[in-house]
Design a protein around this ligand. Structure first.
Ligand SMILES: NC(=O)c1ccc[n+]([C@@H]2O[C@H](COP(=O)([O-])OP(=O)(O)OC[C@H]3O[C@@H](n4cnc5c(N)ncnc54)[C@H](O)[C@@H]3O)[C@@H](O)[C@H]2O)c1
Length: 348
């Protein structure tokens, strides 16, 4: 039985256990020093507090101090912590990662290095390994429309594995597949990794369009659809500027994940607040008070800097990214005006 160690016992780390157990893996779930209460609940047989679904039967749990035990002899390691924790957890687990045959990555986000250069997560992980003189196995970026709770519950789910070596993404797409967790394979790691954090930024804009209905009493579905279209275009353009395939953004990693993120979740809820009339600052303060981290907020700033650093030639072709950035910065213009200018077609 192949062994797999998941790093991070949050919603996604625990959710992905279900298909892996059902696909026949020996699954070990390691909780960080922030996860003791989550493991306590699982050990007590209660539902996982983040997904409200009981952990799949047979998963072996490890506390933060037992990282080496959790990694011992693992064929695959899965990085599943929030993006801010990825550098530290990578360093801590580097030896175990280097002995594995692959590192899978469900974490999503941008990662600034010590010089302020914004990197995608696989690049950040490879840089850390290189600095430590450690060779790591191929990285498989995992994305697509996957809500952790539905994955945990064994509901039908489509996802995509992206590895520079297509044989590797195909191998694991076959080995992790179940009847309900179905996996596309691609060699477009960059495309997959661009869509993952960008869709959080764009989901804020979709939420704003929804919130306008609450604020004005009139639906703004046309504006929302135009916003969706522009978001997908921008994810594709940015990906292409960095060597990704144009179509990746039009598939599960882009359109698929944007759809699911725009339906529910913290980025959307935050956008709704703004759309119905709260200022970006007040809405964020309220989300923080409710302990709801909005990943799209830091991602909007990081994405803007990332574009300036790594794809300045297409800076002017990403008006929706600029619009979200402007709204979050507290522009005095109405959100309808800002979004409309960004997403409605220009005079041909
Ligand atoms: N929830 C989903 O549906 C979903 C789906 C796909 C991908 N993801 C991605 O998976 C990652 C984890 O998301 P989640 O939903 O499991 O979040 P979560 O808040 O439930 O869990 C976060 C995990 O990261 C760890 N963590 C947080 N801050 C840390 C830090 N500073 N240092 C070290 N570890 C830290 C926590 O201990 C926990 O294990 C995110 O990047 C998210 O975008 C989530």
């Amino acid at each position: 039985m192949a062994k797999i160690t998941i790093l991070g016992a949050g919603a996604m780390g625990s959710g992905i256990c279900t298909p892996l157990i059902n696909a026949g893996w020996e699954v070990r779930l390691w909780g960080t020093w922030l996860d003791d209460h989550l493991l306590d609940a699982c050990e007590a047989g209660k539902p996982h507090p983040r997904t409200n679904v009981p952990l799949a039967k047979g998963v072996k749990l490890y506390r933060s101090a037992d990282l080496n035990k959790a990694l011992d002899g693992s064929d695959v390691v899965v990085m599943s912590v929030a993006s801010g924790g990825v550098p530290k957890v990578t360093e801590m687990a580097l030896e175990g990662i280097s002995k594995a045959k692959a590192l899978w990555l469900t974490s999503k986000g941008f990662c600034p290095d010590e010089n302020g250069k914004i990197q995608l997560l696989p690049e950040a992980i490879r840089t850390i390994a290189k600095q430590k003189g450690v060779t790591i196995p191929p990285i498989v970026a995992i994305a697509g429309p996957v809500k952790a709770n539905e994955c945990a519950e064994g509901k039908p789910t489509a996802t995509i594995f992206g590895c520079k070596d297509l044989d590797v993404s195909r191998k694991y797409a076959r080995e992790a597949r179940t009847e309900v967790y179905c996996i596309e394979a691609t060699d477009d790691e960059t495309g997959v990794e661009i869509c993952a954090p960008m869709k959080n930024v764009y989901a804020i804009a979709l939420g704003i369009a929804d919130g306008l209905e609450e604020g004005t009493g009139f639906p703004h579905h046309n504006l929302k659809a135009a916003t969706f279209n522009q978001a997908v275009k921008e994810m594709s353009l940015l990906g292409q500027a960095l060597g990704a395939k144009p179509e990746t953004a039009y598939g599960l990693a882009g359109v698929g994940d944007l759809e699911v993120t725009g339906l529910s979740g913290r980025n959307k809820v935050y956008g709704v607040r703004i759309g119905r009339g709260e200022t970006a600052k007040d809405a964020l303060a309220e989300m923080e008070r409710l302990e709801q981290t909005v990943e799209g907020v830091p991602a909007a700033g990081l994405a803007t800097t990332f574009v300036e650093q790594s794809a300045p030639q297409i800076k002017d072709q990403l008006p929706l990214l600029r619009a979200v950035h402007e709204i979050l910065a507290g522009s005095s213009l109405s959100v309808v005006k800002i979004l409309s200018e960004a997403v409605l077609p220009k005079m041909p």
